[in-house]
Design a protein around this ligand. Structure first.
Ligand SMILES: C[S@@+](CC[C@H](N)C(=O)[O-])C[C@H]1O[C@@H](n2cnc3c(N)ncnc32)[C@H](O)[C@@H]1O
Length: 278
Protein backbone atom coordinates (compact mmCIF):
# COMPACT_ATOMS: atom_id res chain seq x y z
CA UNK A 1 0.00 0.00 0.00
CA UNK A 2 2.82 2.41 0.82
CA UNK A 3 4.40 1.68 -2.60
CA UNK A 4 1.12 2.68 -4.25
CA UNK A 5 0.97 5.88 -2.18
CA UNK A 6 4.52 6.78 -3.20
CA UNK A 7 3.83 5.96 -6.86
CA UNK A 8 0.67 8.09 -6.95
CA UNK A 9 2.54 10.96 -5.25
CA UNK A 10 5.32 10.66 -7.84
CA UNK A 11 2.82 11.18 -10.68
CA UNK A 12 0.85 13.95 -8.96
CA UNK A 13 1.62 17.52 -10.05
CA UNK A 14 -0.19 20.72 -9.26
CA UNK A 15 -3.04 22.00 -11.45
CA UNK A 16 -2.34 19.54 -14.26
CA UNK A 17 -5.51 20.34 -16.20
CA UNK A 18 -4.86 24.09 -15.94
CA UNK A 19 -1.32 23.62 -17.26
CA UNK A 20 -2.51 21.36 -20.11
CA UNK A 21 -5.10 23.97 -21.12
CA UNK A 22 -2.45 26.69 -21.03
CA UNK A 23 -0.10 24.55 -23.15
CA UNK A 24 -2.90 23.88 -25.67
CA UNK A 25 -3.53 27.62 -25.95
CA UNK A 26 0.20 28.26 -26.52
CA UNK A 27 0.27 25.53 -29.19
CA UNK A 28 -2.62 27.23 -31.01
CA UNK A 29 -5.21 24.55 -30.14
CA UNK A 30 -8.62 25.18 -28.57
CA UNK A 31 -8.12 24.79 -24.79
CA UNK A 32 -11.85 24.08 -24.26
CA UNK A 33 -12.44 21.67 -27.12
CA UNK A 34 -9.14 20.27 -28.43
CA UNK A 35 -9.00 17.52 -31.04
CA UNK A 36 -7.75 14.17 -29.65
CA UNK A 37 -4.53 14.60 -31.73
CA UNK A 38 -3.80 17.91 -29.97
CA UNK A 39 -3.22 15.91 -26.78
CA UNK A 40 -0.85 13.30 -28.23
CA UNK A 41 2.27 15.12 -26.98
CA UNK A 42 1.19 14.58 -23.38
CA UNK A 43 -1.41 11.82 -23.14
CA UNK A 44 0.71 8.87 -24.31
CA UNK A 45 3.28 8.83 -21.49
CA UNK A 46 5.51 6.02 -22.78
CA UNK A 47 8.54 5.58 -25.04
CA UNK A 48 7.67 6.43 -28.63
CA UNK A 49 4.27 7.93 -27.78
CA UNK A 50 1.43 7.16 -30.16
CA UNK A 51 3.77 5.48 -32.67
CA UNK A 52 4.64 2.83 -30.06
CA UNK A 53 0.92 2.44 -29.28
CA UNK A 54 0.13 1.80 -32.94
CA UNK A 55 3.06 -0.59 -33.29
CA UNK A 56 1.62 -2.79 -30.52
CA UNK A 57 -2.03 -2.41 -31.60
CA UNK A 58 -1.12 -3.43 -35.17
CA UNK A 59 -0.37 -6.93 -33.83
CA UNK A 60 -3.84 -7.28 -32.27
CA UNK A 61 -7.34 -7.87 -33.62
CA UNK A 62 -9.62 -5.13 -32.25
CA UNK A 63 -13.14 -4.46 -33.50
CA UNK A 64 -16.00 -2.30 -32.23
CA UNK A 65 -17.16 -5.34 -30.22
CA UNK A 66 -13.86 -5.85 -28.38
CA UNK A 67 -14.14 -4.99 -24.69
CA UNK A 68 -10.82 -3.26 -23.96
CA UNK A 69 -9.23 -2.48 -20.59
CA UNK A 70 -6.13 -0.25 -20.45
CA UNK A 71 -4.45 -0.73 -17.06
CA UNK A 72 -2.29 2.05 -15.65
CA UNK A 73 -4.02 4.27 -18.21
CA UNK A 74 -2.61 7.58 -16.93
CA UNK A 75 -4.41 10.46 -18.68
CA UNK A 76 -6.29 8.00 -20.91
CA UNK A 77 -4.60 8.97 -24.17
CA UNK A 78 -3.97 5.36 -25.16
CA UNK A 79 -7.55 4.45 -24.21
CA UNK A 80 -8.92 7.28 -26.38
CA UNK A 81 -6.62 6.29 -29.26
CA UNK A 82 -7.84 2.66 -29.15
CA UNK A 83 -11.48 3.83 -29.03
CA UNK A 84 -10.96 6.16 -32.01
CA UNK A 85 -9.12 3.53 -34.05
CA UNK A 86 -11.49 0.63 -33.48
CA UNK A 87 -14.76 2.09 -32.22
CA UNK A 88 -14.41 -0.23 -29.22
CA UNK A 89 -15.53 0.94 -25.78
CA UNK A 90 -12.44 1.30 -23.61
CA UNK A 91 -12.18 1.28 -19.82
CA UNK A 92 -9.03 2.65 -18.21
CA UNK A 93 -7.87 2.05 -14.64
CA UNK A 94 -5.18 4.09 -12.89
CA UNK A 95 -3.82 4.54 -9.41
CA UNK A 96 -3.17 8.30 -9.53
CA UNK A 97 -6.35 10.29 -8.73
CA UNK A 98 -5.23 13.45 -10.56
CA UNK A 99 -4.53 11.45 -13.75
CA UNK A 100 -8.00 9.87 -13.64
CA UNK A 101 -9.74 13.20 -12.89
CA UNK A 102 -7.77 15.05 -15.57
CA UNK A 103 -8.20 12.17 -18.02
CA UNK A 104 -11.98 12.22 -17.51
CA UNK A 105 -11.99 15.99 -18.09
CA UNK A 106 -10.02 15.42 -21.32
CA UNK A 107 -12.58 12.76 -22.37
CA UNK A 108 -15.31 15.39 -22.04
CA UNK A 109 -13.25 18.11 -23.74
CA UNK A 110 -12.72 15.94 -26.84
CA UNK A 111 -16.31 14.64 -26.71
CA UNK A 112 -15.41 11.00 -25.96
CA UNK A 113 -17.02 10.57 -22.54
CA UNK A 114 -19.43 7.93 -23.94
CA UNK A 115 -16.64 5.87 -25.51
CA UNK A 116 -13.97 5.88 -22.80
CA UNK A 117 -14.40 5.55 -19.03
CA UNK A 118 -11.47 6.00 -16.63
CA UNK A 119 -11.66 4.52 -13.13
CA UNK A 120 -9.50 4.98 -10.06
CA UNK A 121 -8.01 1.67 -8.99
CA UNK A 122 -4.96 -0.56 -8.78
CA UNK A 123 -3.74 -3.20 -11.20
CA UNK A 124 -3.37 -5.35 -8.08
CA UNK A 125 -7.11 -5.17 -7.32
CA UNK A 126 -8.90 -4.32 -10.56
CA UNK A 127 -12.38 -2.82 -10.07
CA UNK A 128 -13.87 -5.16 -12.70
CA UNK A 129 -15.87 -8.36 -12.75
CA UNK A 130 -14.15 -11.60 -13.81
CA UNK A 131 -14.35 -12.87 -17.41
CA UNK A 132 -15.57 -9.56 -18.85
CA UNK A 133 -12.64 -8.20 -20.91
CA UNK A 134 -11.43 -9.34 -24.34
CA UNK A 135 -8.22 -7.31 -24.46
CA UNK A 136 -6.08 -5.87 -21.66
CA UNK A 137 -3.37 -3.37 -22.65
CA UNK A 138 -0.64 -1.94 -20.42
CA UNK A 139 1.89 0.75 -21.37
CA UNK A 140 4.88 1.52 -19.09
CA UNK A 141 3.28 0.51 -15.79
CA UNK A 142 5.03 -2.68 -14.60
CA UNK A 143 8.12 -0.64 -13.62
CA UNK A 144 6.01 0.66 -10.70
CA UNK A 145 4.60 -2.74 -9.70
CA UNK A 146 6.60 -4.98 -7.37
CA UNK A 147 4.08 -7.82 -7.26
CA UNK A 148 4.02 -8.94 -10.88
CA UNK A 149 2.45 -12.28 -9.91
CA UNK A 150 -0.60 -10.46 -8.53
CA UNK A 151 -0.75 -8.14 -11.56
CA UNK A 152 -0.89 -11.13 -13.92
CA UNK A 153 -3.41 -13.02 -11.79
CA UNK A 154 -5.70 -9.94 -11.81
CA UNK A 155 -5.39 -9.64 -15.60
CA UNK A 156 -6.12 -13.36 -15.95
CA UNK A 157 -9.17 -12.99 -13.69
CA UNK A 158 -10.83 -10.21 -15.75
CA UNK A 159 -9.97 -11.67 -19.19
CA UNK A 160 -12.46 -13.93 -20.97
CA UNK A 161 -11.10 -17.30 -22.16
CA UNK A 162 -9.32 -16.60 -25.45
CA UNK A 163 -8.64 -13.00 -24.35
CA UNK A 164 -5.34 -11.17 -24.91
CA UNK A 165 -2.93 -9.27 -22.66
CA UNK A 166 -0.59 -6.95 -24.63
CA UNK A 167 1.97 -4.84 -22.80
CA UNK A 168 4.85 -2.46 -23.42
CA UNK A 169 7.16 -1.96 -20.43
CA UNK A 170 10.73 -0.97 -19.66
CA UNK A 171 12.61 -4.14 -18.68
CA UNK A 172 16.05 -5.18 -17.46
CA UNK A 173 18.63 -6.31 -20.02
CA UNK A 174 21.66 -6.52 -17.74
CA UNK A 175 20.88 -7.29 -14.11
CA UNK A 176 24.29 -6.22 -12.80
CA UNK A 177 24.65 -2.70 -14.16
CA UNK A 178 23.65 0.06 -11.77
CA UNK A 179 20.77 2.32 -12.80
CA UNK A 180 21.07 6.09 -12.46
CA UNK A 181 17.98 7.72 -10.90
CA UNK A 182 15.70 9.65 -11.28
CA UNK A 183 13.72 8.05 -14.12
CA UNK A 184 10.38 9.19 -15.55
CA UNK A 185 8.64 6.42 -13.51
CA UNK A 186 10.53 6.82 -10.21
CA UNK A 187 12.70 9.34 -8.39
CA UNK A 188 14.46 6.57 -6.46
CA UNK A 189 14.94 2.77 -6.38
CA UNK A 190 12.40 2.34 -3.53
CA UNK A 191 9.50 2.35 -5.99
CA UNK A 192 11.15 1.17 -9.19
CA UNK A 193 10.68 -2.52 -10.06
CA UNK A 194 12.25 -2.90 -13.48
CA UNK A 195 12.58 -6.62 -14.13
CA UNK A 196 13.72 -8.84 -17.01
CA UNK A 197 11.18 -10.13 -19.51
CA UNK A 198 11.67 -13.58 -17.97
CA UNK A 199 10.03 -12.35 -14.75
CA UNK A 200 6.93 -11.28 -16.71
CA UNK A 201 6.81 -14.62 -18.52
CA UNK A 202 7.09 -16.56 -15.28
CA UNK A 203 4.33 -14.50 -13.63
CA UNK A 204 2.13 -15.00 -16.71
CA UNK A 205 2.64 -18.75 -16.72
CA UNK A 206 1.84 -19.06 -13.02
CA UNK A 207 -1.35 -17.01 -13.60
CA UNK A 208 -2.37 -19.33 -16.46
CA UNK A 209 -1.63 -17.09 -19.45
CA UNK A 210 0.13 -18.45 -22.54
CA UNK A 211 3.11 -16.60 -24.05
CA UNK A 212 2.60 -15.45 -27.67
CA UNK A 213 5.37 -13.02 -28.61
CA UNK A 214 8.11 -10.69 -27.45
CA UNK A 215 9.83 -7.75 -29.20
CA UNK A 216 12.80 -5.70 -27.98
CA UNK A 217 12.22 -2.04 -28.93
CA UNK A 218 15.65 -0.70 -27.98
CA UNK A 219 16.54 0.54 -31.48
CA UNK A 220 13.11 2.10 -31.96
CA UNK A 221 13.49 3.89 -28.60
CA UNK A 222 16.95 5.27 -29.42
CA UNK A 223 15.81 6.47 -32.86
CA UNK A 224 12.74 8.08 -31.31
CA UNK A 225 14.73 10.00 -28.70
CA UNK A 226 17.33 11.06 -31.30
CA UNK A 227 14.51 12.69 -33.30
CA UNK A 228 12.93 14.24 -30.19
CA UNK A 229 16.25 15.73 -28.98
CA UNK A 230 16.99 17.12 -32.47
CA UNK A 231 13.56 18.79 -32.59
CA UNK A 232 14.03 20.29 -29.13
CA UNK A 233 17.46 21.60 -30.11
CA UNK A 234 16.10 23.12 -33.31
CA UNK A 235 13.10 24.72 -31.57
CA UNK A 236 15.16 25.90 -28.60
CA UNK A 237 12.99 23.95 -26.12
CA UNK A 238 10.31 21.28 -25.79
CA UNK A 239 6.91 21.75 -27.49
CA UNK A 240 4.21 23.36 -25.27
CA UNK A 241 2.17 20.15 -25.06
CA UNK A 242 4.73 17.59 -23.92
CA UNK A 243 5.37 14.93 -21.27
CA UNK A 244 7.74 17.31 -19.47
CA UNK A 245 4.50 18.76 -17.98
CA UNK A 246 4.09 15.46 -16.08
CA UNK A 247 7.60 15.24 -14.60
CA UNK A 248 8.25 18.44 -12.65
CA UNK A 249 11.54 20.34 -13.07
CA UNK A 250 13.68 17.17 -13.35
CA UNK A 251 11.99 16.08 -16.61
CA UNK A 252 15.15 16.55 -18.70
CA UNK A 253 17.34 14.62 -16.24
CA UNK A 254 14.80 11.78 -15.97
CA UNK A 255 14.59 11.33 -19.74
CA UNK A 256 18.36 11.62 -20.21
CA UNK A 257 19.02 8.98 -17.51
CA UNK A 258 16.54 6.67 -19.21
CA UNK A 259 18.12 7.13 -22.65
CA UNK A 260 21.64 6.65 -21.23
CA UNK A 261 20.65 3.38 -19.55
CA UNK A 262 18.98 2.11 -22.75
CA UNK A 263 22.07 3.09 -24.74
CA UNK A 264 24.31 1.29 -22.23
CA UNK A 265 22.28 -1.91 -22.65
CA UNK A 266 21.02 -1.98 -19.05
CA UNK A 267 17.31 -1.62 -19.78
CA UNK A 268 15.05 -1.46 -22.84
CA UNK A 269 11.35 -1.20 -23.66
CA UNK A 270 9.85 -4.56 -24.65
CA UNK A 271 6.47 -5.62 -26.03
CA UNK A 272 4.98 -8.85 -24.70
CA UNK A 273 1.74 -10.53 -25.77
CA UNK A 274 -0.07 -13.31 -23.86
CA UNK A 275 -3.36 -15.21 -24.37
CA UNK A 276 -5.72 -16.72 -21.88
CA UNK A 277 -6.45 -20.30 -23.00
CA UNK A 278 -9.99 -21.12 -24.14
C1 LIG B 1 4.52 6.11 -17.12
S1 LIG B 1 2.81 6.28 -16.71
C2 LIG B 1 2.04 5.54 -18.15
C3 LIG B 1 0.60 5.98 -18.28
C4 LIG B 1 -0.12 5.45 -19.52
N1 LIG B 1 -0.12 4.02 -19.58
C5 LIG B 1 0.48 6.04 -20.76
O1 LIG B 1 1.22 5.35 -21.44
O2 LIG B 1 0.23 7.22 -21.05
C6 LIG B 1 2.60 5.00 -15.49
C7 LIG B 1 1.19 4.93 -14.96
O3 LIG B 1 1.02 3.74 -14.19
C8 LIG B 1 0.15 4.05 -13.12
N2 LIG B 1 0.35 3.02 -12.10
C9 LIG B 1 1.48 2.69 -11.45
N3 LIG B 1 1.26 1.69 -10.57
C10 LIG B 1 -0.05 1.37 -10.68
C11 LIG B 1 -0.89 0.43 -10.04
N4 LIG B 1 -0.44 -0.38 -9.07
N5 LIG B 1 -2.20 0.38 -10.40
C12 LIG B 1 -2.68 1.21 -11.36
N6 LIG B 1 -1.93 2.14 -11.99
C13 LIG B 1 -0.63 2.22 -11.67
C14 LIG B 1 0.58 5.44 -12.69
O4 LIG B 1 -0.40 6.08 -11.93
C15 LIG B 1 0.81 6.09 -14.04
O5 LIG B 1 -0.35 6.68 -14.54
Amino acid sequence: MTIEKDVAAHYTTEDLLGRIREALRTAGADPDAPAPEDLKGIDEFHTGGVQATDDLLDQLAISQHTRVLDIGCGLGGTSRHIALKSNAFVTGVDLTPSFVETGEALNRMVGMQDRVKLLRGSVLDLPLVEDTIDLVTMFHVGMNVADKAKLFSEVNRVLVPGGTFALFDVMRMDADGGLTFPFPWAEEPAFSFVEPAAAYMEAAEVAGLVFKSIRNRKDFALDFFKTVFARIEEAGGPPPVGIHLLMRDTAGEKIQNYVNCVQAGLIAPFELIFRKPV
